[in-house]
Design a protein around this ligand. Structure first.
Ligand code: IPD
Ligand code: CA
Ligand code: CA
Length: 256
């Protein structure tokens, strides 16, 4: 089992970053453009600083991969994979669907994942082999076993060329599933698959910090995450399918 200090520090970091996001939501924060529609706010950076300082203080030798900061030098056996604010577009419009996502890899395998929504105060957690939890209560994926019974979710790239190809899949899914959502926070979308709110999710252009924590949380909740062809993947694969397992083959056929 992982050192329990890893989990304690990750949880404290998620709570602190979440508090920063919540407290700044109704302020006049600055929004910068990384691309035409790819935003970053000064609150992303504040939350990230708080997480990085806490992790560095506690584990000075660990490597860190964080969305805005990039990769740090350090012992590669342990690597933290961090999205300080997943759902920045939502955040910058004060649409309260966003989260903090923190995962820890050991020797290339994710050993813990935490996704925290500071507005609903929902914290999804998992440690490898220990199950998945929402605010300390065990969660499981849904029992839906056909697409027509399934609520699916997806997300769209900031790159408009990729949007086009996902729109085709979105169309197909709308005509095949019970319904399809687009919530704007991939890490939360994955956790909603883990706890059975969504039955399946796919996206074509994700980053490791979007996926690392949520993937482990889904797997520990009994679900499955693969690449877009339905093959085993890591959180470094940009195109993924996540589901309760029962609809995985059907969802893979639909979107691959
Ligand atoms: C984005 C969100 C969005 C997804 C994008 C991500 P960000 O992350 O997770 O739902 O569709 O692909 O980049 O930029 O808000 O951290
Ligand atoms: Ca993100
Ligand atoms: Ca982000």
């Amino acid at each position: 089992m992982a050192d329990s200090r890893f989990f304690t520090v990750a949880k404290e970091a998620a709570l602190e970053a979440g508090r920063i996001l919540r407290e700044h939501l109704d302020t006049d924060f600055k929004v910068f453009k990384k691309g035409i529609v790819n935003l970053v706010t000064e609150v992303d950076l504040k939350a990230e600083k708080a997480i990085l300082e806490r992790i560095r203080r506690n584990f000075p030798d660990h490597n860190i991969l964080s969305e805005e900061h990039g990769t740090s030098e350090g012992e590669v056996d342990y690597r933290w994979v961090i999205d300080p604010l997943d759902g920045t577009t939502n955040y910058s419009h004060r649409y309260p669907v966003f989260c903090v996502s923190i995962a820890l890899e050991h020797a290339g395998q994710t050993i813990l994942g935490i996704v925290y929504n500071p507005m609903s105060e929902e914290m999804f957690t998992a440690e490898r082999g220990q199950g998945a939890f929402l605010n300390g209560k065990r969660v499981h994926v849904s029992a839906a076993d056909s697409l027509i019974e399934s609520l699916l979710c997806t997300g769209f790239s900031y790159d408009r060329d990729h949007v086009k190809s996902n729109l085709e899949l979105f169309n197909k899914a709308c005509m095949t599933a019970q319904a399809v959502r687009r919530d704007g926070s991939a890490a939360l979308d994955l956790c909603y698959v883990a706890c059975g709110r969504f039955d399946g999710f796919w996206e074509l252009t994700l980053h490791p910090w979007d996926v690392a924590a949520g993937k482990l949380i889904i797997e520990e909740a009994g679900g499955c995450v693969t690449n877009i062809k339905g093959e085993p993947c890591t959180h470094y694969d940009p195109a993924i399918i996540a589901s309760n397992g029962r609809i995985h083959a059907a969802l893979t056929e639909l979107v691959s």
